[in-house]
Design a binder for this molecule. Structure first.
Ligand code: ZN
Length: 540
């Protein structure tokens, strides 16, 4: 057994990582927090990213368990390919941790082969992050050295099991005979002790030690029940092209009892309605079980929405037959509750305003970058919808006269230059490699990986998109003079250098840019932003 495993036996391992967009997301800050925590008695570290691993390697000889996180379609991936494992090894990692769950869509490469290559080519032991006993046994059979309960509660199969699970530790330990690392949902010293008692080799604690935001939140929540608005609830619904999402949203933006139902949009209006009703009915059952009183149903939908009347004013072919539908009236009759309907991009902005990074800001513009470009404008603390619901259609303002054709019929729109499709186009223009076929989303993912590995064509593609986006962002600063522009979506998450380039370029483009110092922030909102924002109509 490698010596490094012996050194971890019975130890507290400090996990020190920041949420994307958190003010703590800064290598120097993370380095100091980790060092401070180690002084308290940590016997090892679990760290994300090459930079942080390299920074800590200079400061400590204690074992470092390293991971590389990335996001795909909003789902977290943990060390999804050999290249990232290799980079971590070169930065000084002692153990590579990686996702060994049965979720092939989240592995860049088959994890069994990666385990072999990490052993043979890097000479390092592997910690398998898993969610169930079966997955732990599969990882053991594949030759990993340690098994971590890290993903228990985070896979579809174990969703909702977000509590510390001592039985899983005991079961894994006896089923595999390997060292089991207790990780996930350990929030108190007592739980850490119980984990060791249950047979854990060592215990990883992260948020409860190294995330002041999470610690403060637990205190704030404990006293929030005494605030009158915190006990208000509404049902939030987000009708998307592929799925209808719904859940119970509380006065602080927390979402529970999340339901997902396929939209079946291709089958037309009745199918979309049936899916929406089904999702709401499921949430209603939880509402009844928990004896919660809900104030109303907030619905986010694609298309231009007349929010005052709850009518879909216009919608694209993605939701056939949707235009003209009095969605608000229909749901009010069906569920005997007040209903508020909001455009989905506007709902995401409301979520930002009431529960997100826009809290405390009076004037901001939020832009979501994905397959298209959506957004919304907040002025004087109010979302601007415009006369017909089209305000904030940021994707269709022109940044190049007579430029690339856009799906709205014009040429040169921002959306034609900054999207998944555009990323792939810019990348193809910069590489001679012909081996990039397949879905745009897949290729975009590959471009993100290449950019992270330092590939010039991939970085060039992101740079081009950042420069185009800066044209649009500079226009927004000139038109609205907001306190901040908030960016969210796949492009922002997938490549670290993107935000910085947009900020730098925007400052260059702005008249008096140096004096104005435009503030461009990364959103911390997740995939439930539409649900949260729609429900916020009843929670303020
Ligand atoms: Zn357009």
């Amino acid at each position: 057994m490698p010596n490094v495993l012996d050194r971890l036996r019975g130890q507290l391992v400090i996990s020190c990582q920041a949420f994307p967009g958190d003010p703590m997301e800064d290598i120097e800050t993370l380095r100091r927090v980790a060092l401070s925590a180690l002084r308290g008695g940590g016997g090892g570290l679990r760290l994300h990213g090459v930079e942080h691993v390299a920074a800590m390697r200079k400061k400590t000889d204690l074992p470092i368990i390293a991971i590389q996180k990335s996001y795909m379609g909003g789902q977290l991936r943990i060390t999804p390919d050999f290249a990232s494992a290799k980079a971590l090894a070169e930065a000084g990692a002692d153990i590579i941790a990686m996702d060994c769950t049965g979720r092939p869509e989240l592995h860049g490469e088959p994890w069994q082969e990666m385990v072999l290559r990490i052993h043979e080519e890097l000479g390092l032991p592997v910690m398998a992050d898993i969610a169930t006993r079966e997955e732990g046994e599969a990882a053991a059979a594949a030759g990993v050295e340690m098994i971590g309960t890290t993903l228990h509660g985070y896979t579809r199969e174990t969703e909702g099991a977000k509590v510390f699970n001592a039985t899983l530790i005991t079961d894994l330990s006896s089923a595999t005979g390997l060292p089991v690392v207790a990780e996930g949902h350990i929030t108190t010293p007592q739980q850490a002790a119980r984990a060791i008692e249950a047979g854990a080799w060592c215990v990883v604690v992260g948020s409860a030690i190294t995330r002041p935001g999470v610690i403060a939140e637990s205190f704030a929540k404990a006293i929030a029940v005494f605030q009158p608005h915190a006990m208000r609830y509404a049902i939030g619904v987000d009708i998307g092209g592929t799925a209808v999402k719904a859940g119970i949203v509380n006065g602080r933006g927390g979402v529970s009892q999340i339901e997902r139902v396929p939209t079946n949009a291709f089958a037309g209006r009745d199918a979309i309605i049936a899916s929406t009703v089904e999702a709401i009915e499921k949430v209603e059952r939880s509402v009844a079980q928990q004896r919660i009183q809900v104030e109303g149903i907030g619905v986010a939908s694609a298309g231009a929405i007349d929010a005052e009347r709850g009518v879909v004013f216009a919608a694209t072919e993605n939701l056939p037959g949707w235009a003209g539908f009095a969605l608000g009236d229909f749901l009010t009759k069906r569920f005997s509750l007040p209903v508020h309907v909001e455009n989905d991009a506007h709902a995401a902005v409301l979520s930002e305003l009431h529960f997100g990074i826009g809290r405390g800001l009076k004037d901001f513009v939020a832009i979501t970058l994905g397959t298209g470009v959506g957004g919304g404008i907040v002025q004087g603390g109010e979302l601007q919808r415009g006369a017909l619901g089209f305000a904030g259609t940021i994707g269709h303002h022109t940044i190049r006269f007579d430029g690339i054709a856009c799906n709205c019929g014009r040429r040169g729109c921002l959306e034609a230059y900054v999207s998944t499709v555009a990323l792939v186009r810019e990348f193809r223009a910069r590489t001679a490699l012909q081996s990039f076929d397949g879905e745009n989303a897949e290729i975009a993912l590959r471009v993100a990986q290449l950019a992270a590995e330092g590939n010039a064509a991939a970085i060039g593609a992101y740079g081009a998109l950042a420069d185009y986006l800066a044209e649009g962002v500079a226009n927004i600063f000139n038109l609205f003079d907001p306190q901040a522009v908030i960016l969210s979506g796949g492009l922002v998450e997938s490549y670290d250098g993107f935000m910085e380039r947009v900020s730098r370029r925007t400052e260059q483009l702005l008249h008096f840019g140096e004096k104005r110092k435009p503030t461009i922030l990364k959103s911390a909102a997740g995939h439930m932003a539409g649900v949260q924002g729609a429900a916020s109509a009843f929670l303020r």
